[in-house]
Design a protein around this ligand. Sequence first.
Ligand code: NAD
Length: 370
Amino acid sequence: MTMNKNSSESRREFVKAIGAGVFTVGAGALTSNAMAASANQKKLGIALVGLGNYATNQLAPALQVTENAYLAGIVTGTPAKEKIWADKYKIDPAHIYNYDNFDNIINDAAIDVVYVVLPNSMHKEFVIRAARAGKHVITEKPMGLTAAECEEMIAACHKAGVQLSVGYRLQFEDNTQQIVHAGQSLPLGPINYVRSEFSFIIGNPKQWRLKKELAGGGPIMDIGIYCIQGARMATGLEPIALRAVEYKTDHQKFSSVEETVMWQMEFPGGLYSNSTCSYNMKANELYVSYAKGNARLEPAYSYRGVGGHLGQLKLPPHQVNQQALQMDDFVVCIRQNKTSKVSGEEGLKDMKIVDAMYKSMANGGQRVVI
Ligand code: NAD
């Protein structure tokens, strides 16, 4: 059985397939409703800061299909990119900035939202500068390098009266949201275990992701965040304690950041999750065990094609444009003056967990209360 049928038929089959419980529509449907409500309103202008891989290959293309936002400006430290982007996306030079003159964006009425897509250690600075310029801000994950940094970023946005969001695109992905809803309405009974794993084999040893001063850490900062999000989303709970250990096989390549980390999170009620993230193996999975069945997404964290099963229900790979949904939803939040579900506070929760992971690793895997 699949969801590729008309919606009422699919909903009936969903309830049947997973046994009982209440069907709740997925994130895409909710977002579409919100988008319909804001149709015919002026699109908000987004400026991308940092024109690397993610901005070039995901965010800029997504901004060609967003209904509530458009690519209005760019901020780059590489002059050669200015003309390329201006030509490709018809961006007026008046809306092109570099890292030095970025603060002039305060006078640019065409830019409503600044989207920070720089190496991790630069997120805090550019979020705070954007907030001081009166712009709403999205920052890429990890939100900052520590929970303390995140608190500074939240305070700056609060002071400036602007909204802050983190680029957690999977919170706008339908199959992920089916797992979230199953954790709330419990059609398969209570959850008794979660496993979340995300790993890949990293290439170029000279890249910023392997330099602590720019990345803040290794795979924890880059992809471990997805495992934390996965476990928190699936359970709908916040971990109260954790233990984390690191394994290193290549001391040269991973001289300043971790290579592989395994950690166990303890949730209220005696529920545990196990997670692994690594820059030296391959995994991309979210597994949830319920009293009456299980769910598995694999891949669970990719840009497209997230899919798997939930009980007897197949969750066919979804091809939604997660980034477009994420940015459209943020504009709806700005227009309606409501907090984004991927707010700065949401990012802060993850970074408190990350802080606890590094503390536990530094103490031989000792249990750390979050
Ligand atoms: P990238 O290396 O491809 O791009 C980084 C950009 O920052 C480049 O344009 C580079 O010129 C610029 N930059 C400025 N100062 C720099 C410095 N000192 N060193 C290196 N680069 C510098 O990286 P990316 O993959 O685009 O990642 C950027 C951010 O986006 C990261 O925070 C990353 O975690 C995040 N990201 C998120 C997702 C997601 O799915 N949400 C996916 C990929 C990356």
